[in-house]
Design a protein around this ligand. Structure first.
Ligand code: G3P
Length: 271
């Protein structure tokens, strides 16, 4: 499974690539806002064009997703083309992120605008990462329209299921991939019992029909979700920097380090 870093923070991206654990980068408007505000707080001026170009160079030819901000088919396609033309020459690694459905509510008329924009850009060989996927059928339509990456949002599906079930939860808290039983029924969202179950169903459809698209598990908030994304065959998982760091932690590792270090004989240390 490839690991992308889900961040627009240049320092985090640099570190993940230096460690050799990153195979790409995903950004979105919220991540970019966070990164830009962090720099501004430090009194730095941010020239967004050169900042993004720096990210593309650090990513060394691995995919970097840049998201559109327009919400109609024509606008998204035009903006996608513009971003691709502006940034792809830097390191030949730009993917344009398009929402599967840019509608804000049920009675909006833009439900197919994401698919239309994906189709347009894909026909022009501009690679698309289709984002905000919450059902396997959204993934299926995006794959048919030509999206290279399909991004199901695992953590946010867990949030939805946990919210509907009532009660408080911490967003980073693990939610079981097989779902939870309540009064004899498994909690879920229209047959999806957890975020990882959503990833699993997307992978099954994509593999079964041999689509070229890759399933990119997104909105992952803890190491166990990363493990389960790999177990269900996600092609890619995009991870916040904190989750990458948490993946290495275990109390028995610290304990082992402590006892091995205490046992070092000087003769061995001096070799
Ligand atoms: O990859 C999508 C991601 O940035 C959203 O994550 O934790 O806000 O649901 P989250």
């Amino acid at each position: 499974m490839k690991i992308f870093i889900d961040s627009a923070d240049l320092d985090e991206i640099k570190q993940a690539f230096e460690w050799g654990v990153a195979d790409g980068v995903t950004t979105n408007p919220s991540l970019l806002k966070k990164a830009v505000e962090k720099r501004k707080e430090k009194g730095e001026k941010v020239d967004i064009k050169s900042y993004l170009a720096e990210i593309l160079k650090v990513a060394k030819g691995t995919p970097v997703s840049l998201e559109v901000t327009k919400t109609d088919a024509k606008g998204m396609a035009e903006q996608g083309r513009k971003l691709f033309k502006m940034f792809n020459p830097v390191a030949n690694n730009v993917y344009i992120k398009i929402p599967v459905n840019p509608a804000f509510k049920e009675d909006d008329k833009t439900h197919f605008d994401g698919i239309e924009a994906i189709r347009e850009l894909s026909k022009e060989k501009i690679p698309v990462n289709c984002t905000l996927i919450f059902t396997p059928e959204q993934a299926l339509l995006a794959a048919k329209a030509g999206a290279k990456f399909l991004s199901p949002f695992a953590g946010r599906i867990d949030d939805l299921i946990r919210t509907n079930a009532g009660g408080k939860f911490d967003k980073t808290e693990y939610y079981p991939m097989e779902g939870k039983e309540e009064k004899g029924d498994t909690l879920g969202d229209n047959g999806v019992v957890s975020g990882i179950d959503l990833v699993r169903q997307c992978v099954q459809i994509i593999e079964q029909y041999r689509f070229e698209s890759e399933v990119l598990a997104a909105s992952l908030r803890n190491p166990r979700q990363v493990r389960e994304s790999a177990l269900v065959g996600a092609h890619i998982a995009t991870l916040p920097f904190e989750v990458i760091k948490d993946m290495l932690k275990h109390p028995k590792t610290y304990e082992g380090m402590d006892s091995f270090t205490k046992d070092i004989v000087p003769e061995y240390e001096e070799l």
